[in-house]
Design a protein around this ligand. Structure first.
Ligand code: PGA
Length: 249
């Protein structure tokens, strides 16, 4: 079953968040026909109200980030156990906006993935190349490096994990690689994970995914879902994407 993850980023008010969530809950209630896994990642303040609204629905909640620490004096941070408390079962880690605007290093990201796994959350680890790497044809080496340095080492049991391939230059720009390019990269990621870590995890594509292009990505053999930013903020567009992934028509 595929995954459709909505990353709401720092958008909306509580009222807007609740309206969108209510629309999604009623959409998902239309039929149980092989729904994809649907995960929404609202801003932290809206997790608790949404937890109540999503109870009993197939929709899942995710955090947009988490602290690498379990608890303590870390002003402004949110812990894995607090996310669990707020109803999350997933957490996005290593998003390019965290790497870029918060200078998150691979060492930090690796620690966050470890803490999330130990705390029972499914990390959605984001990896992807910058425009320059894409232009220079360095995509495989960048991704290989990120996989080697962002994933916890052998002492951590990796059971639940999703990887999102998000070319940085595709995020929020309306640009995307061609489906055949995505398939090439996705199968490289899968092969690398199998060879280096004996891992077989669901692989999502993210970066300007929308109602028009979703089907072309979802049909790729190595892609098992989408991480959607901008298009996840519009109910009709997001439900159209969910339908492309097998949700009720
Ligand atoms: P976008 O964002 O869909 O707006 O490009 C995707 C993401 O940042 O995960």
């Amino acid at each position: 079953m595929s995954y459709i993850v909505g990353n709401w980023k720092m958008n909306g008010t509580q009222q807007e968040a609740q309206l969108l969530a209510a629309g999604l809950v009623s959409y998902a209630a239309q039929g149980e026909i092989s729904l994809p896994h649907i995960v929404i990642c609202p801003p932290y303040p809206y997790l608790f109200p949404l937890k109540a609204m999503l109870a009993g629905s197939p929709l899942k909640l995710g955090g947009q980030d988490c602290s690498p620490e379990k608890k303590g004096s870390f002003t402004g941070d949110v812990s894995v156990s607090q996310l669990v408390d707020a109803g999350c079962t997933y957490v996005i880690i290593g998003h390019s906006e965290r790497r870029r605007y918060h200078q998150e290093s691979s060492a930090l990201i690796q620690q966050k993935v470890k803490t999330a796994l130990e705390g029972g959350l499914t990390p959605i680890l984001c990896i992807g190349e910058e425009a320059e790497d894409y232009e220079k044809g360095n995509v495989f080496s960048v991704l290989e490096q990120q996989l080697a340095s962002d994933l916890p080492q052998e002492d951590v049991k990796i059971e639940n994990l999703l990887i999102a391939y998000e070319p940085v230059w595709a995020i929020g720009t309306g640009l995307t690689p061609k489906p055949e390019e995505i398939e090439k990269v996705a199968s490289f990621i899968k092969k690398t994970l199998a060879e280096t870590r004996s891992l077989d995890v669901p692989l999502l594509y993210g970066g300007s995914a929308n109602a028009e292009n979703a089907a072309s990505f979802l049909k790729l053999p190595s892609i098992e879902g989408l991480l959607v930013g901008t298009a996840s903020l519009k109910l009709e567009e997001f439900t159209t994407i969910i339908k492309e992934a097998g949700g009720p028509a």
